[in-house]
Design a protein around this ligand. Sequence first.
Ligand code: GLY
Length: 352
Amino acid sequence: MRAIKVTASGSYDVLIGSGILDDAGRLIADVKKSKTAVVVSDDNVFPLYGKRLEKSLKENGFEVLSFVFAAGEQQKNLDTYGDLLETMCEAHVTRKDLVVALGGGVVGDLAGFAAATYQRGIAYVQIPTTLLAAVDSSVGGKTAVDLKAGKNQAGAFHQPSLVICDIDLLDTLPEEQYLCGCAEVIKYGMIEDAAFFESLEAVPVKEQYEKVIEACVNMKADYVAQDEFDTGVRMLLNFGHTFGHAAEALSGYEILHGQGVAAGMAVITKAAEALRFCSAGTYDRLVCLLRKYGLPEKIEFPAEDVLKVVLSDKKATGNTIRLIVPEDVGRCVVKEIPVSELANWAKAGGIS
Ligand code: GLY
């Protein structure tokens, strides 16, 4: 088992290894003693791993309250969040107790936001069960739910006390979810590590899970340590997310997060190349890798709708908006552009 330390407002370890779910109770008890552990999961993941987690927690002295909701981004909303808080309150969960998120990004975001706000904040632990959550969303303390007006519009920064990443849990990952995780993995190669990108061109992610997850978590830990609250370098991790989030929202979340990110990366790279901010050939290399994973490279919604959603997102500030723009494979920059230029970027990226 490897441990990667994340140094933020609270320092914590990301533990990566095989078969460590059965040891989760002890690992959690080592960092946080509490009476009750509230396991939050969805109805895809809980039937697979919930009982094993509950057993391990009970064996290590925790009382367990499990809250299971219907899987899917559509459920990452104020209603599910409210139900969870009410359930915790009715069960007399206290500030000394903790939440354990068992699932992918939706579960982690929702459980984390509940932990951030329940009685003004209690501890939580992330146990990612998807590649996307393992390499990105379980680390760094971004928690949120979606509002009707947009994705992640209500949220908080709240760092977990521990992240337990059991690689074996990825064995049951549906193919579509695996491919979505690969989009976030490709993102890391694009934003800062050309050699890592090359390794992805050479060897499928599935054949190097442990190495890939470690590399991504190391990169993410660096960004979080430098810029926990996402006002500087951490924004690079939003590469592909500006247009990607819009595609997800416009599809009613039929387009999954990783698919949105993939299309968003392709759009912004195409635009950056057309507008001469990026080396020729970068777009082709990116799209070639996205295609290997069956990931989308286009956003098919009308430009007018896309722009409207993009401008309601958090990345717009007054008359300017920040775009994460590639200069080459392995190098992206944060670029602040006037809102009036956004339509031009969308068009150059193939959104009409
Ligand atoms: N998912 C991007 C971040 O955590 O900053």
